[in-house]
Design a protein around this ligand. Structure first.
Ligand code: AMP
Ligand code: MG
Length: 353
């Protein structure tokens, strides 16, 4: 069928992204014939970072329509799940779920359920109830001095996915302990990317890519003449304040997602020392063993949650976990002056150079 009907390809680039870890390497030149390329001029800031959507469609109206659908989906997820927006659904949960069960939307409930699933898989390394610890480290950064042992201990009592009570029939959330707080920062971007891809498929795109702050998923038709979408992994040691980049390697992806967690762009500064924004729920301290964790998986939600989790688990346990999961690969860079790549056995098939 496909062979008989040559398809005119229209691509619309929605956003110029300043990627945190990855950049699509088209070198600024589009591989598509000029008359079939349409560029959307708007830049969109989404979920506190930059977002980019590329749609490949039979005509440019369809490409544009699916880009709009993708951004709409991302905005919906952000409205529900943002930790920073006072009126988000998750903050309503945070304010009220100890007093009584709080009803949430299907999307929010799905993310909560998946989060608990990832807590189980990762032995609690991934835990969205980490909110009280996130707050402590955030104020530490503002104050310029580390949290006290007493504060950290108190926070530990309010953290733990087992204290989160989900009722699938009623679609409600409850907290078992007063002062609990959910933070979906380690998974919401991945979920938003998956929903955006779904929206693009539903609105007629033949292929595409969604990138939120360097977490990326692509599907189907890559740029014509190319077998896969090419994505470059930045060298964390060479990231500059002006977002200059040195690439460590290039990945070739098709129908898959990649997400990176790293301490080199997002961190808290306390007494001149950098602390990661990722926290070990068991100890309430910030993690330091790995400078960058990239996970390749079929969906962005898996890649996102597992990248955060492996940052907590460290190299040995992290690699062992990823090796045990089917169709998931990891590329890690331990902290230290000289970047060194550690990868799972199957990661090689995605590395182009
Ligand atoms: P990411 O950049 O995807 O690794 O997400 C990091 C964000 O996830 C942090 O800024 C926190 O909001 C949240 N977070 C920190 N530690 C954890 C953890 N252990 N499990 C789940 N989310 C976390
Ligand atoms: Mg994550």
């Amino acid at each position: 069928m496909k062979d008989k009907r040559p398809i005119a390809i229209a691509i619309t680039v929605g956003i110029v992204l300043i990627a945190l870890h990855f950049l699509i390497r088209t070198g600024g030149k589009s591989p598509w014939p000029k008359d079939r390329v349409k560029e959307d001029s708007s830049q969109r800031l989404v979920m506190g970072t930059f977002g980019r959507v590329i749609a490949v469609a039979g005509d440019s109206a369809t490409a544009l329509k699916s880009i709009e659908a993708a951004f709409e989906e991302i905005a919906t997820v952000q409205k529900l799940m943002s930790y920073h927006k006072e009126d988000s659904q998750i903050n309503n949960v945070n304010r009220n779920a100890y007093k009584a069960p709080v009803k949430v939307s299907e999307r929010t409930f799905e993310v909560l359920q998946r989060s608990v699933e990832f807590s189980g898989i990762t032995g609690g390394a991934f835990d969205i109830t980490v909110g009280p610890m996130v707050d402590l480290w955030h104020s530490a950064g503002q104050r310029g001095s580390a949290p006290t042992e007493a504060q950290l201990q108190q926070a530990r009592g309010k953290v733990g996915f087992q204290k989160l009570i989900l009722d699938a029939n009623e679609m409600t959330v409850r907290f078992a302990v007063d002062g609990m707080k959910l933070d979906l920062g380690g998974i919401a971007k991945g979920y938003a990317i998956d929903k955006a891809i779904e929206a693009m498929r539903n609105s007629g795109s033949l292929g595409g890519m969604v990138d939120i702050g360097g977490d990326i998923r692509c599907f189907a038709a890559p740029p014509p003449g190319k077998k896969r979408w090419r994505i470059a992994l930045q060298d964390p040691g060479e990231v500059t304040a002006t977002f200059g980049s040195v690439y460590l390697l290039t990945l070739g992806l098709a129908e898959s997602a990649v997400a990176t967690s790293g301490d080199y762009r997002r961190f808290v500064l306390v007494e001149g020392q950098k602390y990661s924004h990722i926290i070990s729920p068991a100890t309430s301290s910030t993690v330091k063993e790995l400078s960058s964790v990239s996970i390749i998986a079929a969906t962005a939600i898996e890649a996102d949650a597992l990248a955060t989790a492996i940052s907590v688990m460290g190299q040995e346990k992290g690699i062992a976990l990823i090796e045990s999961l089917e169709n998931v690969e990891a590329i890690l860079i331990p902290s230290g002056p000289t970047p060194q790549l550690i990868q799972t056995k199957g990661a090689k098939r995605y590395i182009e150079k």
